[in-house]
Write a protein that binds this ligand. Sequence first.
Ligand SMILES: Nc1nc2c(ncn2[C@@H]2O[C@H](COP(=O)(O)OP(=O)(O)O)[C@@H](O)[C@H]2O)c(=O)[nH]1
Ligand SMILES: [Mg+2]
Length: 334
Amino acid sequence: MPANLTPEYFKAERWFRSAGTNDEKILALEHMLSVMPKHKGTDHLRADLRRKLSKFKAAPAKKVKAKHADIFHVPRSDTGQIVLLGTPNCGKSAIVGALTNAKVNVADFPFATAAPVPGMVKFEDIQIQLVDMPPITADYIAPGQVGTYRNCDLIAICIDLAAKPAPAQAGVTEQMRICLDFLESRNLLIDEQTSAVDEHGNVLAKRAFCICTKSDIAKPDSMQTLKRSCKYPFEFAEISTRTGAGLDGLPATFFSLLNIIRIYAKPPGKPADMNEPFTLPAGSTVMDLATAIHRDLAEKLKFARIWGTGVYDGQNAQRNHVLNDKDIIELHFS
Ligand SMILES: Nc1nc2c(ncn2[C@@H]2O[C@H](COP(=O)(O)OP(=O)(O)O)[C@@H](O)[C@H]2O)c(=O)[nH]1
Ligand SMILES: [Mg+2]
């Protein structure tokens, strides 16, 4: 009996083949099983996938030796990590080069960037990590590349506004389609169907936004064409690394989209350390801050005093008090 497999199944199968780690293979196999039509014709395949799944689940977590280190694993900074995604030559490396001190390779030939290159972007008193990446195309994604996106905080889809439509290059609509196809087929994009974690608590999807590059040489209507073709309510930033247009505003856009707050810790009786704020997810409480400073100490938190938004100076705050960006907190332990 024919299996009548769906396009969604074949997408999931491509995801499985490009997965670079055990965890990623497990996610892809579970997705293949969930989208596979259930009838007699798929019984064998289902059993086969279940066997594979148990094999991957039973495999002990491999100890990574230095020479086999996963090049696509980019340790996250505390503040937040944004990873660039885009087709060849769309201007990803130029963005990281313009905003950070990282040594990137900007070149007008495809695949000039072969591995992730992290750099730090300064926003006021914090540094946000921005990661340059190898490109993706409709046909090729480096094995393991998906892992970098799975581990980040936010994905920046980069679109070359000046690229000519097919067959010469990938036009704006085509570039967006390639990026979305990659994200959707690997459950990497938060939307109505895909949440941040699956039913087993595995990290799945991420938030994304769009950086549109080469505005200096783009046709005037390319931004409108792109926005019209995109079904997601992304934030769109328009920039040129050649003229610098739009670059100054990018760090603030990163900060606001990361949805984090900065909190300054104040030892009792001393001034607050205003140089190195803690960064926490928006909505964090006094207790979350105490836990971020030291998990064991948090148990001993007696009370906190707070200077900042919506409170009077030095007001006592409960453990569940929700913090605001730039609050100063004095923690008292028993
Ligand atoms: N005119 C113009 N050219 C750009 C801009 N950004 C990048 N480029 C050029 O586009 C080519 C590809 O850039 P690159 O950053 O290496 O692209 P990547 O493959 O996405 O990393 C290079 O020749 C860059 O000089 C821009 O804002 N304006
Ligand atoms: Mg590059």
